[in-house]
Design a protein around this ligand. Structure first.
Ligand SMILES: [Zn+2]
Ligand SMILES: [Zn+2]
Ligand SMILES: [Zn+2]
Length: 257
C-alpha cells in the first residue's frame, strides 16, 4: 500500500475522564501499575520524518513533554468532544517553535465546532497575547500528506458520525459505538488497528470490551490495540481476557506499522 515508514505512538489511552479519574476511590484508579495511568486518548503518527498528531487532548502539554514531541507537522481531528479538542490552545507552542501555521484536518462538523468553541483563535481582532495559528482543512474524502494517502473512515459515535483514519497499513478508530460496513471493508486486514474499548458494561457512545473484540475479529488486523480505556479495565487482568492478536495499549506504547 505504501512505502512510507509509519509508526504510531499512543500519547494517551484513557477515556474522557482519564485514569485515575479525579476523585475516584476505585482500585484501578489507585493501581501502582504505570499502564493503569492513562491520559486522554491521542496519538502521534510518524510518516517517514513527518509528525502527525491525532487529536489535541486536554493532556496535550503533558503528553508532549513526557514523550519529547518537539514538532508537530499537522493535526488530524476525529471529532469535537472535549477530550479530543481540549488541548488546542497548547498547539501555540508548536506554532512558536516552527514559525508557521499548523494544518488541522477534520470533517465539516468538527471544524465548525472548533471555530465556535475556540472563537478567540479565529477572531480578526488583534491580540496582545499569543493564539494558536491554525489552518483548518475540511476533509471530504481521501487526501495526501507528504506523499502518504490518508483515508477518512466514517465511524458512528452513538448517533453522531465522526471520523477515523486509515494511513497506509495503520487504522485509527476511536470513540466508535458501531462501524458502517464500508468502514469495516476499508480497513479489513490492516497490519495495525487502534480501536476504542471503554469498559465491560455496554455504553451508548462507545464499544464495550466484548463489542470491541467482536469488531476487531471482523476487521481482522494482524495486530489490534485497544485504547480510550475507562477505569473499569485494569491492564493486567483485562489483558488476560484478550484473544491472540489483541492487546491493551498503554500510554507511551510505540508501534511500527
Ligand atoms: Zn473520547
Ligand atoms: Zn476509578
Ligand atoms: Zn467522543
Amino acid at each position: 500500500m505504501t512505502d512510507a515508514r509509519l509508526t504510531l505512538r499512543f500519547l494517551g489511552t484513557g477515556g474522557s475522564f482519564g485514569v485515575p479519574m479525579l476523585a475516584c476511590p476505585c482500585a484501578v484508579c489507585a493501581s501502582p501499575d504505570s499502564r493503569d495511568k492513562r491520559l486522554r486518548t491521542s496519538a502521534l503518527v510518524t510518516v517517514n520524518d513527518q509528525r502527525l498528531l491525532i487529536d489535541a487532548s486536554p493532556d496535550l502539554r503533558a503528553q508532549g513533554i513526557e514523550h519529547g514531541v518537539n514538532r508537530v507537522d499537522a493535526v488530524l481531528f476525529t471529532h469535537d468532544h472535549a477530550d479530543h479538542v481540549g488541548g488546542i490552545d497548547d498547539l501555540r507552542a508548536y506554532n512558536l517553535r516552527q514559525d508557521g501555521k499548523l494544518s488541522c484536518y477534520g470533517d465539516a462538523r468538527t471544524l465548525a465546532a472548533i471555530q465556535s468553541r475556540f472563537d478567540y483563535i479565529f477572531s480578526s481582532r488583534p491580540a496582545l497575547g499569543s493564539r494558536p495559528q491554525l489552518d483548518l482543512c475540511e476533509i471530504n474524502g481521501p487526501f495526501t500528506l507528504w506523499g502518504q494517502e490518508i483515508t477518512p473512515l466514517q465511524v458512528m459515535h452513538g448517533e453522531q458520525p465522526i471520523t477515523g483514519y486509515r494511513i497506509g497499513d495503520l487504522a485509527y478508530i476511536t470513540d466508535a459505538s458501531s462501524l458502517p460496513e464500508e468502514t469495516v471493508a476499508a480497513v479489513r486486514g490492516v497490519n495495525v488497528l487502534a480501536l476504542n474499548a471503554l469498559r465491560h458494561e455496554p455504553h451508548p457512545l462507545h464499544l464495550s470490551l466484548d463489542e470491541a473484540i467482536e469488531m476487531a475479529r471482523r476487521i481482522g488486523a494482524k495486530r489490534t490495540y485497544f485504547m480510550h480505556l475507562g477505569h473499569e479495565l485494569e491492564h493486567e487482568g483485562t489483558s488476560r481476557l484478550l484473544p491472540e492478536g489483541i492487546k491493551l495499549a498503554y500510554d507511551g506504547l510505540k508501534i511500527e506499522a
